[in-house]
Design a protein around this ligand. Structure first.
Ligand code: ATP
Length: 740
């Protein structure tokens, strides 16, 4: 830190400073210098060692000039100065205009810092215009500078630097040094730390009390012990330094109690003055702040004034609008009143016209709402339904198109079916024609009393061998005695199927009495014959052909006469039970009598005629056909039966009809132009089934009994004769039915 030199006041006082040499510089700051500094000269002592130091200082000052010269023309302080061994004396000259000059002595010349010129000699004319605040004789005698304590300080212009007017000394420069000082502390057991002991409390300590007392004895003018104590603190509790400080400040006057007291008072006043000045400065600052604040408020006020003007302007506009709206409102009110008056008049008129009560109106209103709701629901339902109808219509359209397409396909299939059906019938009939339209089956009944005159070499041949007479007969099929009813019926199946196709078909049983004609045709309940089986088969075919609608009727005739049914000649049959019922009825009406050859000989022909009408629903073909099942009366000779009376007449009639039948077959065999169908009622009835338009199957029933050998041979010859007959091309009774 900076050092300073001062004029020595008393050698005795200096001696009390001990090892450390403390200086009180003119500007009031203290510094610590090595013991070997120039302090000795300050004390007025002269020894070689101090001379050398003085020479060194002078040398350093000279060195100091060099950097100044090198930096000549630059303002400010030297940049680098070695202050360890050199102490320069700086002086402050206070011009009466308030300017403070910082001066120092170089080579006996007082210099000072000029802001523009740098370090220049201190002008002589300024001496009379101000005072050195540490004005001393030495400063006015540069030639004595060698003896003066020359020191150098790195003076810094900052907040720690200030000036102070000391009465009798003038303005002094102050500087707050960063020195560490001793402070009396006390140990606080509660916090466990050392705390600073208040100033007043220090007075109670013996050490500080002694120090204060020592200063007071040396400087009686310093009466304020607090001042002394404060100075002691700053001087590290060194009473001698305190004494030196007070001497430096107040000079010798501090030795006089009166003048010292005045100085103290003056000092107090000065302090008060400075405090006042600070207060004034603070007030000025506050005043400036308030002026700034006032200016801000003024601007704000101006802004608010403008805002106010705008708001007033807007308010006026709004008031104007409100007034206009109010005027409109008034006009509306007047209009409402006028309308209201009109409504009242209208209501009064309506009330006079329609005196409806309020309740009635409410009911009407409620009903209107309900109607409205219903209307909405109806609309929704209608919309939904319409949508569904649209969908259905679309589907219907598609269905219609599909139906049309299917109908076309159906027509094609129907035509194809028709064609196929006709082709099938044609082929089947061609087959039948190849086989012959009159088919002759020979059936030999089962009989215990059988002879050996009959031989059955094949299914189609029979050999009559009796009394050296051997004759071979050939038929479409020969059924031996052991053949069942079912075997016999199977031979008739092709002809029965032709009936379902629309052909007239007849099945006849021929033979002498007792040869098994009735057994073959009617059969027994357990073993039904061809009648039952053939009609059953036809009903089955009718059921299976679902595309053909059949109507079936049954007619029973006996000996050419219609079987008398109560009110009916034909009975519609649908089931086998119906067949049996009609058959049994017809059988009861058949003339039966006991003959010598047969105890229950059938004395008449029995004809069962089955009418079949079919309508093909696809092709539209209508077919009419009849199945004539004829159980002929016995063919035995009348003489052989030994019939008499009525029986004889019947036998004659039977023979006549059978003879007529034989004549018909003979005519057919010979292809005669005339076929005597009308020679008997039998042949007349059988004409449709024996003409060229029909198919016929004749059972030749024979008995194996040796006793019947003559009748057997006769029957075989009869059958053989009709085996040669060809009826010609059969006619299909089908016709296309037009329309439904
Ligand atoms: N194949 C047969 N098997 C067993 N019994 C038979 C057979 N054929 C005929 N009979 C029996 O012989 C008897 C005479 O037969 P059926 O009445 O059928 O003769 P018919 O030719 O009808 O005589 P008629 O012309 O006098 O009526 C009957 O009792 C019958 O049951």
């Amino acid at each position: 830190m900076g050092t300073g030199a001062s004029k020595s006041h008393t050698a005795e006082k200096q001696k009390t400073q001990g090892n450390e040499d403390k200086r009180i510089v003119p500007n009031g700051s203290a510094s610590t210098l090595p013991a070997s500094s120039s302090f000795g000269k300050q004390m007025g002592q002269s020894n070689p060692e101090e001379d050398e130091i003085a020479e060194d200082i002078e040398q350093m000052v000279q060195n100091f000039n060099r950097p100044l010269e090198s930096t000549e023309g630059t303002a400010g302080m030297p940049i680098t100065l070695e202050a360890e061994d050199v102490s320069l004396t700086f002086e402050s000259f206070l011009h009466r205009n308030g300017t403070l000059y910082t001066c120092f002595i170089q080579n006996g010349t007082r210099l000072y810092f000029d802001d523009e010129k740098g370090i220049v000699p201190f002008p002589q004319e300024l001496y009379s215009e101000g005072n050195f605040i540490n004005a001393q004789k030495e400063t006015q005698k540069p030639e004595d500078s060698k003896e003066a304590i020359v020191s150098f300080t790195s003076y810094l212009e900052n907040e720690r630097t200030s000036s102070f007017n000391i009465p009798g000394k003038g303005m002094v420069m102050t500087y707050i040094f960063e020195e560490r000082i001793n402070v009396c502390r006390y140990f606080d057991s509660e916090t466990g730390v050392w705390l600073i002991l208040p100033l007043l409390w220090e007075m109670n300590l013996d050490f500080t009390a002694r120090c204060v007392q020592q200063v007071k004895e040396a400087l009686p003018a310093i009466a304020d012990y607090k001042e002394i104590l404060a100075a002691l603190r700053h001087c590290n509790y060194d009473p001698d330094e305190v004494i030196s400080v007070f001497f430096a400040i107040f000079g010798d006057s501090v030795e006089n109690s009166t003048s010292g007291s005045e100085n103290i008072k003056e000092l107090d006043l000065q302090r008060d003055l400075q405090e006042k000045m600070k207060t004034i400065d603070n007030l000025n600052k506050k005043l400036e702040d308030q002026e700034k604040e006032l200016e801000a408020l003024r601007l704000k006020c101006q802004y608010l004034e403008e805002e106010k003007a705008n708001l007033i302007h807007q308010s006026e506009k709004l008031y104007k609008q409100v007034a206009e709206l109010q005027a409109e409102h008034d006009v509306c009110l007047l209009e409402i009143d006028r309308i209201h008056n009109l409504d009242v008049q209208t209501q009064s008129q309506e009330q006079s016209i329609l005196p409806l009560k309020k309740e009635t109106l409410l009911i009407i209103l409620r009903q209107a709402r309900e109607l409205n709701v219903c209307n909405y629901q109806l609309k929704a339902v209608t919309t939904s339904t319409l949508s569904e109808i649209g969908v259905h219509l679309s589907q219907l359209k598609n269905t219609k198109e599909n139906f049309k397409r299917s109908s076309n396909e159906m027509e094609e299939i129907r035509a194809l079916y028709k064609k196929e059906s006709l082709e099938r019938r044609m082929l089947y009939n061609q087959l039948q024609e190849l086989r012959g339209n009159i088919r002759v089956f020979c059936r030999c009944r089962l009989d215990i009393a059988k002879g050996d005159h009959l031989e059955f070499p094949t299914d189609e041949e029979i050999i009559f061998n009796y009394n050296e007479s051997k004759k071979k007969f050939q038929f479409d099929q020969v059924f031996i005695p052991n053949c069942s009813q079912e075997d016999v019926f199977e031979g008739t199946l092709p002809i029965i199927q032709s009936c379902a196709d629309g052909y007239n078909v007849s099945i006849l049983a021929y033979g002498q009495t007792g040869s098994g004609k009735t057994y073959t045709m009617m059969g027994t309940e357990q073993e039904p014959g061809v009648n039952i089986r053939s009609i059953r088969e036809l009903l089955r075919i009718c059921r299976d052909r679902v595309k053909v609608k059949y109507t079936t009727k049954l007619e029973i005739r006996s000996q050419g006469m219609s079987v008398i049914f109560p009110g009916l000649t034909e009975v519609e049959v649908l089931t086998e039970e119906d067949i049996r019922k009609v058959m049994s009825l017809g059988d009861k009406n058949r003339m039966v009598a006991s003959t010598k050859m047969n105890t229950e000989s059938s004395r008449s022909h029995l004809m069962v005629i089955f009418h079949l009408t079919g309508v093909d629903s696809i092709s539209g073909v209508v077919s009419n056909a009849t199945l004539t099942l004829c159980d002929l009366a016995g063919s035995e000779r009348i003489s052989k039966t030994e019939a008499k009376g009525q029986r004889l007449i019947e036998a004659a009639a039977i023979n006549k009809s059978l003879t007529a039948l034989g004549q018909v077959f003979s005519a057919l065999k010979n292809h005669s132009l005339h076929v005597p169908y009308r020679n008997s009622k039998l042949t007349h009835l059988l004409q449709p089934s024996l003409s060229g338009h029909a198919k016929t199957c004749v059972f030749i029933n024979i008995s194996p009994n040796m006793k019947e050998v003559g009748e057997t041979l006769s029957t075989l010859q009869f059958g053989s004769s009709i085996q040669q007959i060809t009826l010609g091309k059969p006619t299909n009774n089908s016709s296309v039915k037009l329309g439904p």
